[in-house]
Design a protein around this ligand. Structure first.
Ligand SMILES: Cc1cc2nc3c(=O)[nH]c(=O)nc-3n(C[C@H](O)[C@H](O)[C@H](O)COP(=O)(O)OP(=O)(O)OC[C@H]3O[C@@H](n4cnc5c(N)ncnc54)[C@H](O)[C@@H]3O)c2cc1C
Length: 552
């Protein structure tokens, strides 16, 4: 290993021929719109499609509810394995297959070993923006460069290249949706060329080729009692789900977030394509352009930020800001995050995490998270607000960690971005607007069917009390076979008092930030920011507990 040769530019690397190419799948678990796979098949006589199982996500998480729980919850890992099986099947139809490797420790070591052992001339992988992935990829590209291996690493997980947008914006990420959209322009078209065959895999000497493992083989223990979420992973399912969503053209044309019922669980009010976008089973560009096709066939349609296409722009917005903001995932050292002295309270945090706050709307959402790994956007708003600036005044990073573990769509940029938003730490500063854990859900679901589904112990509670069971007379509780304080918890805080206290603390925190605690220029009286930055996200709503507006 001598001096590392320079990496090839994208265009040369895409067409250069190599005897053997390795396509390293990480996200981007699809065949359609996959420029890395495309470049490999065009330029090499042999193509090795590889996925490496990352022990980082399968190791015990110290913050997890039970000892030994891995950092990625069972629902997400199940979804990943289903996606890998589907990818394998699709590659097999093209005469190839997926080679699943299990890294002992560091994924980059496993990739470098394969590059060397299989005498790879060209490495193709979709670029990533998350700090962990960037560090991992740098180890591999350094090795490739030093070994004379060409590297082709296109942007295809997002609509745009975050680095390009930052450059266009003068070296800084646009911090409002409006300026992001103005800078971004039109996203590139997806690569959708059809082909019937991939080059064969070469010799895999020394490697035992095993099928995609089962969950149990990854140490997930007894799964017989586990709830199986209603969403199956994989590109096949993603394309089917997208087509079904887009079939109803009127629905697409009228899509308007944040309208939509967060309690609808039999037929969710949004597409539920986020897990597929997270793992790249569905290309965001393909999805975006299919939405544009629908728009072209309808007379009128909603516009960003509230439209369906506008949702994908939110995704890119958070990817871009997170890519250009050091320490985006934390409060400390994060220049766009207000410094707020959140309080420590293990008991309240655990009650929130485990769906035992005594507020059925909040608890049902947290149980849906645990069982399904997915909840509606406004349901996420409700519980994130409750944990942070609404009721418990607990650090958003703690809530972020729980979501990171349990969501099947858990996504570093989007999860952190939305927690920053909901906790009024960045982007959105109207901390006086707090979701009521009682009236907000009731507005959509007065009978409480969502609560009854996810909290069976409350299933016979009369509708008058389903959102506030502690107010039911004892005789009613007995008849419903649910005694509050015994079968279902009493509220951990009094919402009226807690939310009042939270507003006061936020006001103090904002005042101290203004005095130099934080360089953020967030200001709830900035009307141009408000026009765009809270459209498509929060609800201007009568079920929010409000207090007279105060300037931040
Ligand atoms: C506290 C909190 C944490 C969140 N964490 C995640 C996360 O880890 N991963 C994730 O994908 N989404 C996250 N979201 C954003 C949003 O709730 C989900 O993307 C959305 O509910 C997914 O459902 P859907 O696919 O039906 O969305 P649709 O409304 O059908 O939207 C289509 C796609 O647009 C994107 N999108 C929609 N809303 C947002 C948004 N607010 N920000 C960025 N992209 C968006 C998603 O990729 C989504 O699949 C979070 C929201 C909150 C409030």
């Amino acid at each position: 290993v001598g001096d590392p040769p320079p990496l090839m530019d994208a265009a040369t690397a895409a067409t250069a021929t190599a005897a053997a190419a390795l396509v390293w799948f990480r996200k981007g678990l699809r065949v359609h719109d996959n420029p890395a796979l495309d470049a490999a098949r065009r330029s090499a006589a042999r193509v090795y499609p590889v996925f490496v199982l990352d022990p980082r996500y399968l190791r015990p998480d110290p913050a997890a509810p039970s000892p030994g729980s891995a950092r990625a919850g069972v629902a997400r890992v199940r979804f990943l394995l289903e996606s890998l099986r589907d990818l394998d099947a699709r590659l097999r139809r093209l005469g190839s297959r997926l080679l699943v490797l299990r890294a002992r420790d560091d994924v980059s070591d496993a990739v470098c070993a394969a590059l060397k052992d299989w005498n790879i001339g060209k490495l193709c992988f979709e670029s990533d923006t998350e700090p962990y992935a960037l560090a991992r990829d740098k180890r591999v590209t350094d090795f490739a460069a030093a070994s004379g291996i060409e590297v082709f690493s296109p942007v295809s997980h997002t609509l745009f290249d975050p680095a390009e947008i930052i450059e266009k914006n003068g070296g800084r990420p646009p911090l409002t949706y409006q300026s992001f959209v103005a800078t971004a322009g039109e996203p590139p078209k997806p690569v959708m060329e059809k082909y019937s065959e991939l080059p064969p895999i070469g010799d895999t000497g020394g490697y035992e080729l095993l099928p995609v493992p089962k969950l149990e083989e990854l140490g997930y223990g007894d799964l017989s009692q586990e709830y199986i979420p209603p969403f199956r992973g994989g590109e096949t399912e993603a394309l089917k789900r997208m087509r079904e969503s887009l079939q109803d053209k009127e629905w697409v044309a009228k899509f308007e977030k944040p309208k939509g019922d967060p309690s609808a669980f039999l037929k969710p009010a949004t597409t539920v394509l986020s897990p597929y976008l997270k793992f790249g089973c569905l290309s965001a560009r393909y999805f975006y352009h299919c939405i544009q096709d629908v728009y072209r066939s309808t007379k009128t349609h909603t516009k960003p930020p509230v439209s369906l296409a506008g949702q994908l722009l939110w995704r890119d917005f958070f990817y871009t800001v997170s890519f250009g903001t050091p320490n985006f995932h934390q409060m400390e050292g994060n220049k766009i995050c207000k410094q707020i002295p959140w309080r420590e309270n293990g008991e309240l945090f655990v009650a929130w995490r485990d769906g035992r706050t005594g507020y059925p709307w909040i608890d049902a959402i947290m149980i849906q998270l645990r069982k399904w790994g997915w909840m509606h956007h406004l349901a996420r708003h409700s519980v994130a607000c409750f944990l942070t600036r609404g009721d418990l005044y607990i650090h958003w990073e703690q809530g972020r960690d729980v979501f990171e573990r349990l969501l099947i769509d858990s996504d570093w940029a989007i999860n952190n971005g939305n927690w920053l938003w909901l906790s009024c730490s960045s982007f959105f500063y109207q901390y006086h607007r707090i979701y009521s854990p009682i009236s907000f859900g009731k507005k959509y679901d007065p009978n409480g069917d969502y609560i009854r589904h996810f909290i069976p112990v409350l299933k016979d509670m009369p509708k008058e009390y389903i959102y506030e069971p502690w107010t039911a007379p004892l005789s009613v509780q007995e008849k419903a076979r649910c005694i509050v304080g015994k079968d279902y918890p009493k509220p951990v805080v009094d919402h009226e008092a807690a939310s009042k206290e939270c507003r006061k603390r936020m006001e103090e925190a904002y005042a101290s930030n203004r005095l130099g605690g934080n360089p953020v220029k967030g200001n709830s009286s900035n009307s141009s920011r408000r026009k765009f930055s809270d459209g498509g996200q929060d609800v201007p709503d009568s079920s929010m507990s409000k207090q007279p507006r105060k300037r931040s």
